[in-house]
Design a protein around this ligand. Structure first.
Ligand SMILES: Cc1ncc(COP(=O)(O)O)c(C=O)c1O
Length: 417
């Protein structure tokens, strides 16, 4: 282990690019966090800004969940490490959740609790990817998927969809993307960023393809499962196609439906050897997710759920407002998604046009920059999600603000020449 004398003398200078890992050269910072930060800075400088960038509910964590956390602290249940892969009580509750809501049987040894859904996904990729392994990612996709795949040493393979198909991947496009090197598909329905959710038949057409390719594993990101509207019926891939059970990691968490993004609890059920490998990574990196947050998540999963329907009624009203108002804006086309709290309009009709200040819009980045500067509306450009020119609106913010933001977008588009 002894270092050569010359190496020992080298200064460890963090400003030197060679100090940073080469793997970092492949990835970029999150565009959604960047726009949220920019909107926050403008607001702090006194500008009237409506932020439609953040991917988290505007509702507070329900009282019963907060109380459960406070009680756990008072009862002295939070001062020690828990089991690395999650408390037995929470794992049992997650097993009941999968059974009750998804008709999926997972034993506690097939379940892991992590620090948010994000850590679940990242652990799974690090646990399985070797250089050259391919991961299919249907586009538009959540910005973190390709970056996580690359950090873990794999190759993201984008499969495009069309707005005319409601941003849902066609089965033949999936079929064409599968190679002998395909290890995973990351399947996210309802989707961030489009809100698109696959119906039973649409999902069946996708799982039929996957059944024919037994070497492909399925990372089912069900994070937005409960955020669906108009009586939409949600199915998880392994629920609809039991032949995929053995090779599916079903990922979920409390962040979105339970308004708990800050608590950082995600979970997954899957094949025991995979879960064990993920737990090993967790044991040597972060250890258990925060104990108090695990007690809160337990209450979320086992306690009353009536607030979800109440929140969904508000989300649905905002979705309908966005779709209707954006489709009246010049050059904007906005499909009506089935779920999540996002809409994903195309701004192709504004490309090549000019703002009153004389700026020509050539990309969706130009569109969102000009929109923020002239109208104080922060949205995220589509390109980092793998489909443009478009932008993502998160309507998880006050209804009055959503309405005012759409009015400003209409004015912005109406003023383009
Ligand atoms: C599609 C999708 N998956 C996973 C996550 C991660 O959720 P968490 O906040 O629990 O890490 C997010 C969060 O934005 C998401 O949009």
């Amino acid at each position: 282990m002894a270092l050569l004398a010359a190496e020992q003398q080298k200064p460890a200078d963090a400003s030197d690019a060679s100090f940073l890992a080469r793997a970092l050269r492949r990835i970029k910072p999150s565009a959604t966090i960047a726009v949220t930060d920019k909107a926050r800075a403008l607001k702090a400088a006194g500008r009237d800004v409506i932020g439609l960038g953040a991917g988290e509910p505007d509702f507070d964590t329900p009282e019963n969940i907060k109380e459960a956390a406070i009680k756990a602290i008072r009862d002295g249940k939070t001062s020690k490490y828990t089991a690395v892969d999650g408390m037995a009580e929470l794992k049992a509750a997650v097993a009941r959740k999968f059974k009750r809501e998804n008709e999926l049987d997972y034993k506690p040894s097939q379940i892991i609790i992590s620090t948010g859904g994000k850590q679940v996904l990242y652990n799974a990729l690090v646990a399985t990817l070797n250089p050259g392994d391919e991961v299919i990612i249907p586009a538009p996709y959540w910005v973190s998927y390709p970056e996580m795949v690359m950090l873990a040493g794999g190759e993201p393979v984008q499969v495009d969809s069309r707005m005319e198909d409601g941003f849902k991947m066609r089965p033949d496009a999936l079929e064409r993307a599968i190679t002998p090197k395909t290890k995973w598909i990351i399947f996210n329905s309802p989707s961030n960023p489009t809100g698109a959710a696959y119906t039973r038949d649409e999902l069946k057409a996708i799982t039929d393809v996957l059944v024919r390719h037994p070497h492909v594993h399925v990372m089912a990101d069900d994070m937005y499962e409960h955020l669906v509207y108009d009586d939409f019926q949600f199915y998880s891939p392994a629920q609809l196609e039991p032949r995929l059970y053995e090779r599916t990691l079903t990922v979920n968490g409390v962040s979105k439906a339970y308004c708990m993004t800050g608590w950082r609890i995600g979970f997954a059920g899957g094949p025991e050897p995979l879960i064990k490998a993920m737990a090993m990574i967790q044991s040597q990196s972060t250890s258990n997710p925060t104990a108090v947050a695990q007690w809160a998540a337990l209450e979320a999963l086992e306690g009353p759920k009536d607030f979800i329907a109440r929140h969904n009624a508000v989300f649905k009203e905002r979705r309908d407002l966005c779709v209707s108002m954006l489709n009246q804006a010049n050059g904007i086309k906005c499909p009506k998604p089935e779920g999540a709290f996002y809409v994903y309009p195309s701004c192709a009709g504004t490309m090549g046009r000019t703002t009153p200040s004389g700026r020509r819009l050539a990309t969706d980045q130009d569109f969102v920059t000009e929109l923020l500067e002239t109208e104080g509306v922060a949205v995220v450009q589509g390109t980092p999600f793998g489909f443009g020119p478009a932008f993502r609106i998160s309507y998880a913010t006050r209804t009055e603000d959503v309405e005012e933001a759409c009015r400003r977008i209409q004015r912005f588009c109406g003023n383009l020449k």
